[in-house]
Design a protein around this ligand. Structure first.
Ligand code: FES
Ligand SMILES: [Fe+2]
Length: 400
């Protein structure tokens, strides 16, 4: 079978420059990104299996917002702002846990039901006029797709539903039965000292695999190809080299991995990565499914976050393969961090003259195009004044 989902011809003549260097170091642009790219686009918080029981919760603090996901007594997964309606405290402090029957605010003790409604204030007689129905936790747009929990901090937004967004990849992805999976090692986070776009730029192309990722090159090398971002979704596909195994982890991985009978032939020895604009990837291997994403902490620091999920009834061989693929991935990530640092810091140099992208990096371009659509100031080669950024972007948006 043709492993391409969408045959995309790369134009003969395209603008091979990347985003302007200033956009990787501008505080004013970062505020625009939070507003027009992060808060109003779907963000993965985790997977339903991270919160299997009533009262289980997950939180995620990103771009100045705080998400709280709770499973109710009715089994329904709901999303809220993790913000007490009394004075704005976090309702739960940890990133993951169980709150039994209710959410009790640690500041003054207001109590919320697991469905977000306010059960009551502490010392209720001190609020003679409190209308409890008005003071429930503020809900977030939430959608579960194939087990993954997506939220949006701004209700509505430029994207369609997650189901609609992911339609092009759904037939393929559904082979992995991700909705029935369970956590491998939980949700991880890590900080990296670069602009979030530098992380994404590295991840959006496979041109660097041959040079920078010896283990990936050994495993799948030249079979790798990218399908660029179209309507917010990209896809990269690679299948194992027939002679993979020069490296210890790769050799054992291909040897130990059992035949994945649940997958069609063309996916049996494949790693596939689905990019989701602006900042996330869901990737699949025969023995696991994972997500990873990045959020800006400042112009020069990024939070990486992700998790790997496994089959509930996995065999020992599958578990060993999952561990080995994790090792290959972990090395790859460390290599990518270094590359992103070198590329990112160059943008502060006067000598930096922009990218000059290969046809094999067209995915980087299409991600930038999606960003330019939200943030037309990115079309400006010279940095605007920081104080003008917001108005200028609004003016350019209304013109387009
Ligand atoms: S801020 Fe939550 S009870 Fe006061
Ligand atoms: Fe990489």
């Amino acid at each position: 079978m043709n492993p391409h989902l969408r045959d995309v011809a790369i134009p003969n003549d395209w603008d091979r420059r990347g985003l302007p260097g200033w956009s990787y170091h501008s505080d004013a642009l970062l505020e625009l990104e939070k507003e027009h790219v992060f808060r109003n686009h779907w963000q993965i918080v985790g997977h339903v299996c991270d919160i299997p029981d009533a009262g289980d919760y997950l939180t995620m603090d990103v771009v100045g917002e705080r998400a709280l996901i709770v499973r109710g007594k009715d089994g329904v997964v709901r999303g809220f702002n993790n913000m007490c309606r009394h004075r704005g405290s976090r309702v739960v402090a940890d990133s993951q846990g169980n709150c039994k029957n209710a959410l009790v605010c640690p500041f003054h003790g207001w109590v919320y039901n697991l469905d977000g409604t306010l059960r009551g204030a502490a010392r209720p007689r001190s609020f003679p006029d409190l209308d409890k129905t008005e003071f429930g936790l503020m809900p977030l747009d939430l959608e579960v797709w194939m087990g993954f929990i997506f939220v949006r901090f701004r209700n509505g937004g430029p994207q369609p539903s997650v189901a609609e967004l992911m339609k092009p990849i759904e037939p393929e992805f559904s082979h992995y039965n991700a909705a029935d999976m369970v956590p491998s090692w939980g949700i991880w986070t890590q900080k990296t000292p670069v602009n979030w776009k530098s992380v994404r730029d590295v991840d959006n192309e496979g041109y660097h695999v041959a040079m920078a990722h010896p283990a990936l090159q050994d495993l799948y090398g030249a079979t790798y190809f990218d399908e660029p971002f179209i309507n917010g979704v990209s896809r990269s596909f690679a299948t194992y080299n027939p002679h993979a195994g020069r490296r210890w982890s790769v050799k054992n991985y291909v040897k130990i991995a059992p035949e994945p009978t649940h997958l069609p032939d063309y996916l049996k020895k494949a790693w596939v990565y689905y990019g989701i604009f602006p900042n996330a990837v869901i990737s699949v291997m025969p023995e696991s499914v994972q997500f990873y994403q990045e959020f800006p902490l400042s112009t020069g620091e990024t939070l990486l976050r992700g998790a790997i999920y496994r089959y509930r009834d996995e065999s020992r061989e599958q578990a060993a393969a999952r561990y080995l693929s994790f090792r290959i991935d972990r090395d790859t990530m460390a290599e990518d961090v270094q590359l992103s640092v070198w590329s990112n810091e160059s943008m502060l140099s006067e000598a930096f003259e922009g990218f000059y992208l290969s046809d094999l990096e067209y995915g980087v371009r299409t991600h930038h195009d999606h960003l330019r659509k939200m943030l037309p100031v990115l079309g400006l080669e010279t940095a605007p004044e920081e104080k003008d950024m917001w108005n200028l972007n609004d003016a350019l948006r209304s013109r387009s």
